[in-house]
Write a protein that binds this ligand. Structure first.
Ligand code: G16
Length: 545
């Protein structure tokens, strides 16, 4: 037996994986492995083994591991792997993660590990490096210790960045791997991240001022302290930046994501009750690991008005599209917008018919959207839940730099595009970076949130979470818009939809919780609610058959 086998065996014995009932397996889902934190110790250890293999396979470049359960309740946690450029783990490798995690014994685990090394032609003696971080959940502390044991057993260089937002970890992975190269992404430190954003924000603002105070709800998660820290890097008076950070208590883990945060706002379609919303005040919410962003305000006349991921997407696409036009690059650069089935139909119509940009629909999960967005010179992708970013291709970046401007307006457009490409996190959706992008755009357009909301009218919609016995019974097709299984369920949904005007509805298994989600849209709010409830009952019934 090789010495590394013995090291893995010994370490693995300290981190057993809790067996699931017969016939069920742990799977690497939408956002890695995510579940009750007390089930995750052994899983995190094994993810560490995979990360070391991945680094060796990637010519010893650094791989990231993030320990977070994002919008989930405080008792959950999760672990996911970040590839060398800061994007999500290559999909083929998700199967390897699943194979390692489900190995039924320590001996079998070593066997799977060695077999992967042979099959994938990985030199186990090559150097390996893993950088990692965690959100504010108390369970994260022991989970990263399990991870560190795996890195130690596999002789992998480990860099612990401690508490971070998820997008900061993605940034750090890319910055680490690109340091000292012509494609250097930024200084590989938390400070480097703040400096990069602050500098790009200044360039993108170009002397403009922000239109009114902003209250930022941080879901009592890691975004709170990190946003406070970032604000120290911005000369606030210069830009009229007046941010009040609320729900930033990370010392009481039980209140994480509780009645606050982007997921609460989006699914409940209302402002967090605490602190009491002030009528007319511009507000936004981050989620538990600060990768989602939702804007809103409580209007003294019409009540709560939400500007979700679809709105951020159309705002970004419209502004960037106009800049590309003014920069004289419209024929040169292909712009595309990527959405999921959750996108409000009105946003899709606005983007295709008014902005005249193509829209592509993918299954839920930023990994899917990111991949499609990479096919464009400028790929705008946002999920309706507020998770997303804008990707710029190397050709686009070069065009911003090399194009000789023929007028001051063209020069300004080129410079603003270049600044946006630095401001917007290129690795993954990032609530802090997205918030700065939104503020830049609103400042350029001199828009209030009301102006932004006036661009189109959302179709009334409703999201419902349905508890089911076994969510794995639900299989979808057509970018999750139709159910293939359980048999008969889709036909029943179709019948329900037919009863309403301008309606659509779909159901899918969540990738992050043991539940199904139902989405419904219809001509009126009461019809959307009624349809969502009907479909929820169909799902409930089929989930227990
Ligand atoms: C994660 C993914 C998101 C996805 C969400 C969906 O979000 O990163 O891309 O939209 O899960 O969750 P579900 O499958 O449960 O509907 P997060 O913010 O929780 O990491």
């Amino acid at each position: 037996m090789e010495s590394h086998d013995q090291a893995i065996l010994a370490a693995s014995a300290k981190h057993p994986v809790v067996p699931l009932e017969k016939g069920r397996f742990y799977t690497y889902g939408t956002a890695g492995f995510r579940m009750k934190a007390d089930l995750l110790d052994g899983i995190t250890f094994r993810v560490g083994l995979l990360a070391s293999l991945r680094s060796r396979k990637q010519n010893s470049r650094a791989i990231g591991v993030m320990v977070t359960a994002s919008h989930n309740p405080a008792a959950d946690n999760g672990v996911k792997i970040v590839d060398p450029l800061g994007d999500m783990l290559e999909q083929e490798w998700e199967h390897y993660a699943t194979a390692l995690v489900n190995a039924p014994s320590d001996e079998k685990l070593v066997e799977v590990y060695n077999r992967l090394a042979v099959d994938l032609k990985i030199d186990l003696k090559a150097p390996a490096k893993v950088v990692y971080g965690r959100d504010t959940r108390p369970s994260g502390h022991t989970l990263v210790a399990a991870l560190a044991d795996a890195l130690d057993a596999t002789n992998t260089e480990a860099v612990d960045f401690k508490i971070l937002t998820t997008p900061q970890l993605h940034y750090l992975v890319r910055a680490t791997n690109s340091e000292g190269t012509p494609l250097a992404y930024g200084t590989p430190s938390e400070t480097g991240y703040y400096e990069k954003l602050a500098e790009a924000f200044g360039r993108a603002m170009r002397g403009r001022k922000i239109n009114g105070p902003l209250v930022v709800d941080c879901a009592n998660g890691v975004g709170g302290p990190k946003l406070q820290e970032f604000l120290k890097y911005i000369p606030k008076e210069k830009y009229n930046l007046d941010v009040t950070v609320v729900n930033d208590d990370v010392l009481r883990p039980e209140i994480l994501n509780l009645e606050c945060g982007a997921d609460f706002v989006k699914t409940r379609q209302r402002a967090p009750p605490n602190p009491k919303p002030q009528p007319g005040v511009r507000s936004c919410s981050l989620d538990g690991d600060a990768d989602r962003l939702i804007y809103y305000w409580v209007d003294p006349d019409s009540g709560f008005v939400m500007l979700d991921g679809d709105r951020i997407s159309s705002l970004a696409a419209s502004f960037i599209g106009d800049l590309v036009e003014t920069a004289g690059l419209r024929d040169e650069l292909r712009i595309g917008v990527v959405q999921t089935a959750y996108a409000n139909g009105a946003s899709t119509t606005y983007i295709t018919q008014h902005l005249k940009l193509p829209v592509i629909c993918t299954p839920t999960g930023v990994k899917h959207l990111h991949h499609v967005a990479q096919g464009y010179d400028i790929g705008v992708y946002f999920e309706a839940n507020g998770h997303g970013t804008v990707l710029f291709s190397p050709d686009a970046l070069q065009a911003f730099r090399k194009t000789q401007p023929q007028s001051p307006a063209q020069k300004e457009a080129l410079d603003t595009l270049a600044a946006l490409a630095d401001l917007i996190n290129q690795t993954v959706g990032d609530a802090i970076s997205d918030m700065l992008m939104v503020e830049v755009i609103l400042a350029h357009k001199k828009w209030t949130l009301r102006d932004w909301a006036m661009t189109y009218t959302d179709l009334p919609n409703r999201l419902v979470r349905v508890e089911v016995g076994n969510k794995d019974l639900f299989e979808t097709t057509d970018a999750e818009r139709r159910l293939l299984r359980p048999e008969g369920a889709q036909e029943e949904i179709d019948q329900a939809v037919k009863k309403y005007k301008d309606a659509r509805a779909f159901a899918r298994a969540s990738g992050t919780e043991n539940a199904c989600r139902v989405y419904a849209e219809a001509a009126t709010r009461s019809e959307a609610n009624e349809l969502a409830e009907r479909v929820a009952r169909i799902i409930e019934r089929h989930g227990t058959l």
